[in-house]
Design a protein around this ligand. Structure first.
Ligand SMILES: Nc1ncnc2c1ncn2[C@@H]1O[C@H](COP(=O)(O)OP(=O)(O)OP(=O)(O)O)[C@@H](O)[C@H]1O
Ligand SMILES: [Mg+2]
Length: 238
């Protein structure tokens, strides 16, 4: 078996004294979409933050492309090609669309490819090109999420983590966002996505993990999990 792109082994992590993750084992292979689902407070965001070295890690190992990254500072992890679209988007509201995109291209490598990256994100989201001079704070919810994803892409990630990209969006926009995620995977970006829309995310995911109270309780192929009785009951999937 080839080396996973990202692997977490027996990861225990949290915030100071407060332990949230109790031994997480998870892997993402190159070219996959992997979904991480589970109820509020299960530790999904904490898992993504832990990968980026933004929490306290007590035990376990995280490797990216076969190399241990548990002690690597966040900005160096971004340089290695991991980027997150955070829950709540984290846009700079007073800045324009264009300025937000520039802010996403802050690594040296990303700056060199700036023009190329701008062209790519504008082709992916033509609406952002039309609105490039508008301040982020006045964008609609859907446009703001597009900008959050586009900004993350400006750092040219090999591995993109999305934390609830569909939160608060109308069903039609949710589908557009999911289509974009599939397109990005098909263009070669590996993706780890946290979602509340369990059904939609399992439909597009190659594999998925279900998390409860800081532990992985179920894993499998996306579509196979969709027909799993335990999951259907827990999430009331009809
Ligand atoms: N900065 C923090 N300091 C202390 N505890 C935190 C912090 N952030 C999150 N927690 C706690 O960690 C636990 C897991 O939170 P986390 O945000 O990872 O859950 P989640 O699965 O992403 O939930 P949701 O679906 O609501 O986003 C919760 O009990 C939460 O209160
Ligand atoms: Mg969360």
């Amino acid at each position: 078996m080839s080396t996973p792109m990202l692997q977490l082994r027996s990861v225990e992590a949290g915030y100071g004294e407060f332990r949230v993750l109790h031994g997480i084992n998870l892997r993402v292979d190159k070219g996959e979409i992997v979904a991480l689902v589970g109820p509020n407070g299960a530790g999904k965001t904490t898992t993504l933050r832990t990968i980026l070295h933004m929490t306290t890690l007590y035990r376990g190992e995280i490797t990216f492309e076969g190399k241990d990254i548990t002690k690597v500072p966040t900005h160096k992890i971004v340089e290695k090609g991991i980027t997150m679209v955070p829950e709540g988007r984290g846009l700079f509201n007073p800045l324009t669309v264009y300025e937000n995109l520039l802010a996403g291209a802050y690594t040296k490598k990303a700056m060199e490819k700036l023009e190329d990256s701008l062209e790519f994100v504008y082709s992916l989201f033509p609406r952002l090109k039309e609105r490039r001079s508008q301040v982020a704070g006045t964008l609609s919810g859907g446009e703001a999420q597009m900008l959050a994803i586009a900004r993350a892409l400006m750092s040219r990630p090999k591995f993109l983590m999305l934390d609830e990209p569909s939160l608060g969006l109308a069903p039609k926009i949710v589908l557009e966002i999911f289509d974009t995620v599939v397109k990005l995977r098909d263009l070669g970006t590996t993706i780890l996505i946290v979602e509340q829309h369990v059904k939609n995310s399992l439909e597009i995911a190659d594999r998925a993990y279900v998390m409860e109270m800081g532990q992985i309780v179920l894993e499998g192929e996306g579509r196979a999990l969709l027909s799993d009785e335990r999951l259907r009951k827990a999430y009331l999937i009809i």
